[in-house]
Design a protein around this ligand. Structure first.
Ligand SMILES: Cc1cc2nc3c(=O)[nH]c(=O)nc-3n(C[C@H](O)[C@H](O)[C@H](O)COP(=O)(O)OP(=O)(O)OC[C@H]3O[C@@H](n4cnc5c(N)ncnc54)[C@H](O)[C@@H]3O)c2cc1C
Length: 416
């Protein structure tokens, strides 16, 4: 049976779905407002790290173009700027890596086009939706945080905030030394925010993304509005001063003479409101529009989940489309049931980490600094936010996890 799927949006959600359907011989048309050429001159979009589950999906789709191991990283380095500073590593079982999305997204668009895929370039307005629903058997709305997503209503029970919880200042920089082997550093300055340091493949080779997650009212907040263009030297001086105070292990990696943005557009400032939406709108006649990616769930970037989960959800939806004869409300319900545990877990876990740590979370952090197996499991679960949520969603679960991992070897054997 021939089905025609319409996909609004060519971010990771729309493109991973389009490429999945293409691989399985399902007709898919992408409609998006940017051409591949538009990306080259755009402001930095984000600083996305792909965990190994996402890289495995790229392998499956035949779009993993960034295979050089020297561009990959294998562990997180955690640093807590407590009065008695704490630091410990946590390893992944397989490599992760980050590519500037102004390279990543147009490359995947070209892959889709070269394999015979169809992309229509135009902006979709609210009043275009009905005709798109009529035109396709299913309309997938993957247009990110923009206004079209408002077609889908909020889920207040999963949307606890009405304001961004962090004021972001994120840029791509030269002059930040990479550790050997490379890692992602997660640095915490209690009361002021976090900083995630990511080696990133950019137009000019490997550079360093500094994602500063600044607590509103904290000492780092001014970085979210300080203008680089007005006075680049002053901007860089303020960044260095703040890092020296709040994120000293990263400050120590800076070579002042070379420290700068990789380009004037390589800075993004602002914030996101974590939001979960209902995912289905049914139209007269039973045809549906279904939400995917950031339209479904926007998370703060702190735990690196949005794009990874969007890719996961695209595969769940793709698999269901391939295996279903009817693309109706029941179909959408099944898709939702299959993807929601991981999608909601990513949102809940991230929202939890935006709050000051509970006593149990503090114990977990202390235990990870003493127990590499625990730190590795925590790190590996960046791939599986549903597993992480199983472990950290309540003090009881954190204590149960600590008991399991830190139990003496003989008691582990006794229960094995
Ligand atoms: C600073 C920062 C760092 C991040 N770091 C990470 C990370 O490390 N790991 C991680 O997993 N996630 C991260 N994220 C989140 C991640 O960027 C998003 O979750 C992900 O890119 C969302 O993908 P998407 O396909 O849903 O939406 P988008 O990437 O926003 O794609 C939307 C698409 O729709 C198109 N479009 C929009 N409106 C219309 C319209 N009206 N008509 C036609 N086309 C339209 C756009 O052009 C685009 O092609 C980060 C986000 C930020 C801001």
């Amino acid at each position: 049976m021939t089905r025609h799927i319409g996909i609004a949006g060519a971010g990771i959600a729309g493109l991973h779905l389009a490429l999945y359907l293409q691989k399985h011989g399902v007709d898919a048309t992408v409609i998006t407002d940017r051409t591949p050429d538009d990306y080259r001159d755009m402001r930095l979009l984000n600083t996305v790290a792909h965990h190994h589950v996402t890289i495995a999906r790229e392998d499956y789709l035949g779009v993993n173009h960034w295979r050089d191991p020297k561009d990959h990283y294998y562990y997180h380095d955690h640093f807590f700027n407590f009065p008695e500073p704490l630091s410990f590593p946590g390893s992944f079982s397989r490599a992760s890596r980050a590519v500037d999305y102004r390279i990543y997204l147009p490359t995947l668009m070209e892959d889709f086009l070269h394999r015979g895929g169809k992309i229509e370039y135009r902006r979709i307005e609210d009043n275009d939706v009905r005709s798109l629903v009529d035109r396709f058997d299913l309309l997938v709305v993957a247009t990110g945080k923009g206004p079209l997503g408002q077609l889908f209503t909020y889920r207040p029970e999963h949307t606890p905030y009405s304001q961004p919880q962090r004021r972001l200042c994120v840029g791509l920089y030269t002059g930040v030394r990479h550790p050997d082997p490379m890692n992602v550093t997660l640095s915490v300055s209690p009361g002021h925010g976090e900083m995630i340091v990511i080696p990133t493949i950019t137009f000019g080779g490997i550079a360093t993304a500094l994602l500063m997650e600044n607590v509103p009212g904290g000492d780092m907040e001014e970085l979210a509005s300080l203008r680089y263009d007005d006075d680049p030297k002053q901007f860089l001086q303020v960044v260095r001063d703040k890092l020296e105070k709040h994120h000293p292990t990263t400050y120590d990696r800076i070579d002042t003479a070379r420290f700068d943005l990789t380009g004037p557009l390589d800075l993004l400032q602002g914030g996101v409101v974590p939001t979960v939406r209902n995912t289905v709108v049914e139209f007269d006649g039973g045809k549906c529009a279904i939400a995917l990616g950031d339209v479904h769930s926007v998370v703060d970037p702190m735990m690196g989940q949005g794009a990874n989960v969007a890719s996961y959800a695209a595969f769940v939806l793709g698999e269901e489309i391939v295996n279903s004869d009817v693309l109706d409300r029941r179909f959408c319900e099944k898709v939702d049931l299959k993807r929601q545990d991981r999608v909601l877990a990513a949102s809940r876990w991230t929202n939890l980490m935006l709050q000051p740590p509970s006593e149990a979370m503090g114990m977990l952090i202390g235990a990870m600094s003493q127990n590499p197996a625990l730190a590795d499991e925590f790190t590996e679960n960046f791939n599986y936010p549903d597993h992480q949520w199983d472990r950290v969603s309540s003090p009881e679960r954190i204590h149960a996890w600590l008991s399991r991992v830190t139990a003496p070897a003989h008691s582990v054997r006794a229960t094995a």
